[in-house]
Design a protein around this ligand. Structure first.
Ligand code: SAM
Length: 231
């Protein structure tokens, strides 16, 4: 993968960036996503934000090598601190991190959000707490995708601020649109997770003395929820 050829995962993220957007890619690493979009003429400008020095330098190199210094700014900053007043970003992508990390980035930086930006999020697990944050902050989930690449399942969640929204506990857990669509990948993912939960339950039951009852009940509840979904 490089700035010409994105992974399927980043290619699907790219598909949700509106044409002509001013994109802030937070946790950009090599800046492959903004550089590929800029080279395709799909966005008008971009910001690549990075908290760590090595990926920050790598992003700078990719941008420079492609002669895009005029249109892509690279900033060393944590989360949304990379956004500066007047940037006028219209889309923000945060990809390839745990859902809780993405939620924390959004929460600690929410004063920097205008509410006009489309959020394109690709969490690696932790989708439920991320959806909960979106709901609690008035973001409606416009699109959800699940893809299977190199043995991993990836979810992409696209959201925009829309005023009060309400999702059920099941919708927060499985994804409101994913559970409606029930794609083959979605069913396979949850069948796999159910098998894992059931294995964990057997193990926890055997080790009961050492495991708090609350933990066992929590896993049992999750397994039951998945059984009901798949029924
Ligand atoms: C696994 S990489 C993902 C890179 C790219 N977004 C992708 O999806 O392929 C995660 C990147 O996020 C960066 N990161 C983690 N926490 C961050 C934060 N709070 N602010 C900015 N970048 C962060 C890491 O330094 C790392 O380069």
């Amino acid at each position: 993968m490089n700035h010409n050829t994105l992974s399927m995962r980043l290619e699907r993220v790219a598909a949700h960036v509106p044409a002509g957007a001013r994109l802030a890619d937070i946790g950009s690493d090599h800046a492959y996503l903004p550089v590929a979009l800029m080279r395709r003429g799909a966005i008008s400008s971009a910001l690549a934000g990075e908290v760590a020095l090595t990926p920050f330098r790598s992003a700078q190199r990719t941008v420079r090598k492609n002669g895009l210094d005029e249109s892509i700014t690279v900033r060393l900053a944590s989360g949304l601190a990379a956004l500066e007043p007047g940037d006028g970003m219209t889309a923000i992508s945060i990809c390839g991190m745990g859902g809780e990390t993405i939620r924390d980035i959004l929460d600690s930086g929410k004063a920097r959000l205008s509410g006009q930006e489309r959020l394109i999020l690709q969490p690696n697990g932790g989708e439920q707490p991320l959806r909960e944050w979106l709901m609690n902050n008035g973001y409606q989930i416009l699109c959800e995708e699940l893809l299977h690449e190199k043995r991993f399942y990836y979810e992409i969640i696209v959201a925009e601020r829309a005023g009060p929204v309400m999702y059920t506990a099941e919708e927060l857990y499985f994804g409101p649109l994913l559970m409606q669509a029930r794609s083959p990948a979605f069913l396979l993912k949850w069948q796999r997770i159910l098998r894992e939960k059931q294995k964990t339950l057997v193990w926890l039951t055997q080790a009961r003395q050492a495991v708090p009852e609350e933990k066992v009940q929590d896993v049992a509840r999750q397994a039951q929820r998945i059984i009901e979904l798949l029924a």
